[in-house]
Design a protein around this ligand. Sequence first.
Ligand code: SF4
Ligand code: SF4
Length: 494
Amino acid sequence: MSHIGAVEPEQPQSLYADHKKVYPRAVSGRVRRVKWAVLILLLGLYYIVPWLRWDRGPGAPDQAVLVDMSHARLFFFWIELWPQEVYFLTGILVLAAIGLFAATSLFGRVWCGFTCPQTVWTDLFMWVERQIEGDRNARMKLDAQPMSGHKLMLKSAKHAAWLLIAAVTGGAWIMYFVDAPTFVRGVFTGAASLQAYFFFGLFTVTTYTLAGFAREQVCTYMCPWPRFQGAMLDDQSYVVSYRAWRGEPRGKAKADNVGDCVDCGACVHVCPTGIDIRDGQQLECIGCGLCVDACNDVMRKLHRPEGLIAFETLANIAASTAATQSMPACAERLEVGMKVRHVPKLIRSRTILYSAVLGVVAAIMLGAFLLRETVGLSVIRDRAPLFVRLSDGGIRNAYTIKMSNKAREVAHYALVLEGANTARLQVVAQNAQTDAQGRPVLETRPDGITEWRVLVTAPAGLALPQSIPVSFRLLDAAGRPVARHDSVFLGPER
Ligand code: SF4
Ligand code: SF4
C-alpha cells in the first residue's frame, strides 16, 4: 500500500541488455563483390590445401601442408621444420601481428570486416540461411509464426546445411594434422582414432555455434581485438563513416532544407551487427562496408552522388564538417565539403614504425632461413663417472653425440676433436668407419637423429689441467666444417 507523499524507492537500472536477433538484409554492390571474392578465395584455400600433394621421397608424408604431431615435424611444401625450429613459426606470428597492426592503421578494421574467420563463416552461414528461409522480411515473418510443417521443414533444412558445412570445416581442420585421404576414409569406415573423432566433433560444433548462432556477439563480446585496435587507429585511418555534414538534417527525399539522408534505414537493415552507422564510430562496427553499398544504392535511386556512407578518414570528416557547418543543406554544401578533403597520409609515424619492424623481422627470418643448416650436432658428456683412469695411467672421458640430419638422404661426416690434440678419439660402434686420414666417419640416418658413443683418451704421463675446453666438429667430404659443439675434457684435480 502506498501513501500519499511517500517516495517510491528507485529501481536500480539493469546492466544487462537482452540480445536482439539481427536479420541482415541481402545487399549488392562493390564492397559486397569484394567480400564474396575474399570469401571464395579464403574458403577455397582452407578446404583445398590439405588435399595438395608434395612428393618428398619414400617414407615421407606426401601432404603439401601438414603439422605431423606424431613425428614432431611441420611440412610446408618443400620446407620441413623440426621442433627446435619453432622460432620460425613465432616469427611468422610476429609478422602477421605487425602486418595486422599496419593494415589496421591504414584501413581500419579491414581484418574484421573481410578476412576474419568469424566474419567469413558467418557470411557463408547467412547466405545459406537466405537461400532457404528468404531475405530479412521473410525470415522475420517466419520466426514470428507459430511452428508449422512448412516452418519445420525450412528450419530443418537450414540446420542440416549448417551442420554439413560445419562438419566439412571441422574435418578440414583435422586434415592439417593428419593425412587427409586416410582421415576421410577412417571417418567413413570407423577406423579413425578416438582423438580424431573428438576434435572433428569439437570443431564441427564450434563452427555451427559461432557462425550459426553467436555471430556478431563473438565480435562484440568475445573477441579482444576490437578493444585494443583503437590504439592502432588515428584520424588518417580509413574507417566506415557516415558523412553527417552531408546527410543531416534527415528528411524525406522531396522535403526542403534537408540533407541527403532520407532515413530509409537501408544501412541499418544490411548491417550484420545490427547497428546504425549514423550514430558514429562504434565498437560493434566490424568495418564490413555493407552499409556503404546499401546507401550507395539508395543514392543512385535518388539520383544523388554516392558516398553518404563511405570508407573515409576522421580527419576528412572533421574538415568537411568544419567547412560546411554554417551552410544550409544544398548542392553547394556537398561541393564545399568534398573539396576540403585531403588524401590521407599513408606515410606517418606509426606506419613507418610498423613497416620498419616488419622489415627487420622479415629480414631476420629470411637470413635465418637461408643460413639454416641441414645437419646439427649436440654433445653430452658423461657425468658419472666424470672421467676414468685407465690401467696404463691414461685419462678417458665418454660422450654421447647426437647428429640430426634434416635432409632426406643418408649423409657421412668426419668427426674431429679440437682442443686436446694429444687425445685419441674413438667411436664405439661395431661398424665404425674411418676416412683416409684415419678420422672416424659418422653416418647419419635420413630425416632423423643418430646417436653415437665417443671416447676421448689422453695418454698417460701428460701434465693436463683439470679441465680442457674441447670442441667436436663435423666435416663434410670436402673438409668443410658443417657443425660444431663445444664441451670440456676433465681430468683429476691437480
Ligand atoms: S541508407 Fe543512407 S539514406 Fe538510408 S538511412 Fe542510411 S544513411 Fe540515410
Ligand atoms: S555499420 Fe556498416 S560497416 Fe559497420 S558493421 Fe554495420 S554494415 Fe558493417
